[in-house]
Design a protein around this ligand. Structure first.
Ligand code: BGP
Length: 474
């Protein structure tokens, strides 16, 4: 293995090992049992291409990997690996098909009862994301998503409905997936139908305010329903390094950091930071803040901070520097790092750095709720049936987890680690199957062909041993 010989990784007892998925990328059954359309059902080409008017047959998410019907088999595989926790999202449009109704769809609620039953049977703790890039389409079309204040009320009703229903059996909740991505992907993240190029700064920042207030409200609702519940915010975690030691580059990084950190600063500290207010002023944005909003933000801060980690980026004050590929936000490529096939730069040490930064900044427990390597896998015939020799994935995760252990040794409180796409699913950025992250291979290709059969990859056995040893096999 690739772990350091000098350092013995140690994880605390009760460390929450597991995996993560999102409804729109695994469930399929997009129109089954009363589900309404979500924005994902009209985004067949991923996050950068324009949306379609209606669902089109080339949209792999409509069937995805059919978790809706195969959840029991999939959860049994997670249990075989020894998962302590499974992160998944509830599809808002299964519960409120249009998003603005007053009564929920019972069949949608019943589906997640079944998922929770299955997890309980195997002793796997659930971690539920309320909104993972799947705003009901009607809210995007009729309200322009989160630009409209009424979304707060719709989200509160949705949150109350599901937390009342499941709050006695789900302890860990996340309010919005990668909430800071709305700056880069307004439709995906904020359900904002107006194309990014035409979106006025006032509307974008107003949407951010609405989401932050809604997030704090959901935290209040969860704590009212069950004081034992722990609510976290969820952000893209990305260390931003100066391309050179030029102070102007360092300052460029500080500013880029601020744009990202504002979201968790509000979630943890309960108020808008000074640098954020300056940004608003410079953009000429005056937020409409209703009575009670600032008190809601202040009084209902989160219990923990969770984040995705795939890469670091560089930044520079020089306008001429090119933009590299990356998890939604991108950045200037780092000349010292290698990259995945999709140009996402691989930086295990960056995970230790950001864990330390976040801990130093907020002193709140941290949860790595997404990490992993998207790669093209080749299915081969092994001694026990079809498999994938994904040593590259094992190396990636091993190196990153060693850095998590380093951060823990630095004194950082880390609650757990859920690898992204623990079972192959439809990629968010490309909307294809061929960018795979899983320990479990799913037989489906980019044209939608395949039996949907599940096969254990080599990493499946690796992760199983790792969990069984609580990280000692790194
Ligand atoms: C994050 C999203 C996930 C997931 C992951 C990997 O931004 O929260 O939904 O898909 O990135 O991204 P991709 O599928 O584009 O490789």
């Amino acid at each position: 293995m690739t772990g350091s010989t000098m350092f013995t990784p140690r994880f605390p007892e009760g460390f929450l090992w597991g995996g993560a998925t999102a409804a729109n990328q695994v469930e399929g059954a997009y129109d089954v049992d009363g589900k309404g359309l979500s924005i994902q059902d009209v985004m067949p080409k991923g996050i950068v291409a324009p949306r379609t008017e209606r669902p089109t047959p080339d949209n792999l998410k409509l069937e995805a990997i059919d978790f809706y019907h195969r959840y029991a088999e999939d959860i049994a595989l997670f249990a075989e690996m020894g998962f302590k926790i499974y992160r998944f999202s509830i599809a808002w449009s299964r519960i409120f098909p249009l998003g603005d109704e007053t009564e929920p769809n019972e069949e949608g609620l019943a589906f997640y009862d079944r998922v929770l039953d299955e997890l309980e049977k195997h002793g796997i703790e659930p971690l539920v994301t309320l909104s993972h890039y799947e705003t009901p389409l009607h809210l995007a079309e009729a309200y322009d998503g989160w630009t409209d204040r009424r979304l707060i009320g719709f989200y509160e009703r949705y949150a109350r409905t599901v937390i009342e229903r499941y709050g006695h059996r789900v302890k860990y909740w996340l309010t919005f997936n990668e909430i800071n991505s709305v700056l880069h992907a307004p439709l995906l993240s904020g359900g904002i139908n107006t194309p990014k190029e035409r979106l006025a700064p006032k509307d974008l920042y107003q949407a951010i305010h609405h989401e932050l207030v809604a997030s704090a409200s959901a935290t209040r609702i969860a704590h009212e329903i069950n004081p034992d519940i722990k609510v976290g915010c969820m952000v893209i975690g990305v260390p931003i390094y100066p391309l050179t030691p030029d102070p102007r580059d360092v300052l460029a990084c500080l500013k880029a950091d601020h744009a990202n950190l504002a979201f968790s600063d509000v979630h943890v500290r309960g108020e808008y930071p000074g640098y954020f207010l300056r940004t608003l002023a410079e953009k000429g944005v005056e937020l409409d803040i209703a009575e009670g909003d600032l008190a809601t933000l202040k009084e209902h801060t989160v219990d923990f901070v969770s984040f995705s980690y795939y890469m670091s980026v560089c930044d520079t004050a020089a306008q001429a520097a090119g933009q590299g590929a990356g998890n939604i936000m991108g950045g200037v490529p780092n000349p010292t790092l290698a990259a995945s096939e999709w140009g996402w730069q691989i930086d295990p040490i960056g995970l230790r750095i950001i864990l330390n930064q976040f801990w130093d900044r907020w002193g709140k427990p941290l949860f790595v709720v997404e990490n992993g390597l998207g790669a093209k896998d080749e299915l081969i015939e092994g001694p026990d049936g079809p498999t994938v020799e994904d040593d590259y994935r094992i190396a990636y995760m091993n190196d990153h987890l060693v850095q998590v252990a380093e951060a823990i040794a630095d004194g950082v409180e880390v609650m757990g680690y859920t690898s992204w796409g623990c079972i192959d699913c439809v990629s968010a950025s490309t909307a294809q199957m061929s960018k795979r992250y899983g320990f479990i291979y799913v037989d489906r290709d980019d044209d939608g062909a395949g039996s949907l059969a599940r096969y254990r990859k080599k990493s499946f056995g690796w992760y199983k041993e790792l969990i069984a040893s609580n990280g000692a096999t790194l």
